[in-house]
Design a protein around this ligand. Sequence first.
Ligand SMILES: [Cu+2]
Length: 117
Amino acid sequence: MGTLAFVLSIGALVGFASAANAATVEVEMTNLLKFAPASVSAKPGDTIVWKNNAGLPHNVVFEDASKLDADAAKSLGKLLGKGETELTLPADLPAGTYKYYCTPHRGAGMAGEIVVQ
Ligand SMILES: [Cu+2]
């Protein structure tokens, strides 16, 4: 685990649920067809940033986006080359595990999850 990911994980563990303490959680979209880390912890109000440093096109599609912002979810579904895309978790998002995948690489197992406390 990288130092940044470690710091973010600790931040998620000790963070408070107010917007003032909202954290940013980074997930890399890799050329090995993985989300890394595949599982991240977050809390309502946090922002998840998916970074594609390599350029192979990926997207983020939630298995159930009904509790997420509809426009944001739609935007995440667009294929992304080199760059980044993000999602701010709604402040009233219920605790649970929110699973997502990459459409072109779902068959190769490119999937991830956000565990919301
Ligand atoms: Cu992909």
